[in-house]
Design a protein around this ligand. Structure first.
Ligand code: NAD
Length: 247
């Protein structure tokens, strides 16, 4: 079945709460992780704290040229990327009428376009290796229409879900799996800062498990999907929502 030790992974949004937890989980499993986010200084500090196997890389994933250059450099300096975790994302809670054109474009360009650009750059190397894992951090919003999340966010995550299915189908015969994770309400600033106290209290009553999700629990699902023994799972969106939505 092979081993994941020593493989090179990319985690986008790696300076965020979930990105950090995912990075730590993959490094614990022996992977090297290119931590991609916007601020090089912050990434340098985090990478030093985490491990010598953490490679800090500043990149705006919404810029296709930058994505191309950085992926080429990574491949040259560190080898082919075999695991890609598309985790960077922006949230706004505005519903359609309040959503500006600029906000719509911004969320699409980061949440959906960025995921596509990175997948497009990493796929040829995965094909060469005949092994790869792409894991897209979607959201429960894509299934529910967004309980508290806004229209642009919900639509961008729906796009990520469809991109997951499309890539899964086209890559299945090449040893590459493409899956998504649909979390709800992880204990991060998206919950602690972008929701009101009243919204948080209501959610805690509505979530059957009775608490918010820990970022480490997302890291655990990424680690599971990355494992060689998960090679028969592709085109799947794994729910992690404390029973809030059952399908
Ligand atoms: N927090 C939740 O409750 C929740 C629920 C469902 C899904 N998610 C998804 O999980 C993922 C991680 O969320 P989080 O809560 O850790 O968010 P976060 O805000 O802590 O982290 C997101 C990171 O993405 C980075 N980023 C933003 N734009 C970027 C760009 N153009 N290029 C590179 N990096 C960029 C940010 O700098 C930040 O570090 C997101 O995709 C989010 O939509 C979160």
């Amino acid at each position: 079945m092979g081993r994941v030790e020593g493989k090179l992974a990319i985690v986008t949004g790696a300076a965020g709460v979930v990105g950090m937890a995912v990075t730590r989980a993959l490094i614990e499993d022996g992977l090297r992780v290119a931590m991609i986010d916007l601020d090089q200084g912050r990434l340098d500090t985090l990478a030093t704290e985490i491990s010598s196997n953490a490679i800090p890389v500043a990149l705006d994933i919404s810029d296709p040229e930058q994505v191309g250059e950085v992926c080429e450099r990574l491949c040259r300096d560190h080898g082919e990327v075999e695991v890609l975790v598309n985790n960077a994302g922006l949230l706004t809670n505005n519903k359609a009428v309040e959503t500006t054109t600029e906000e719509w474009r911004k969320l699409m360009s980061v949440n959906l376009d960025g995921c596509f650009y990175l997948s497009r750059e990493c796929l040829p190397g995965m094909r060469t290796k005949r092994w790869g894992r792409i894991i897209n951090i979607c959201s429960l919003a894509m299934k529910t229409g967004g309980l508290t999340a806004g229209t642009a966010y919900t639509a961008s995550k729906g796009g990520m879900g469809a991109l997951t299915f499309s890539l899964a189908r086209e890559c299945a015969s090449q040893g590459i799996t493409v899956n998504g994770i649909a979390p709800a309400y992880i204990k991060t600033p998206m919950v602690t800062e972008q929701l009101s106290d009243e919204q948080r209290q209501k959610l805690l009553r509505d979530i059957p498990v009775g608490r918010f999700c820990e970022a480490e629990e997302i890291g655990h699902v990424v680690r599971f999907l990355t494992s060689p023994l998960a090679g028969f799972i592709t085109g799947e969106i794994i729910d992690i929502n404390g029973g809030l939505h059952l399908d």
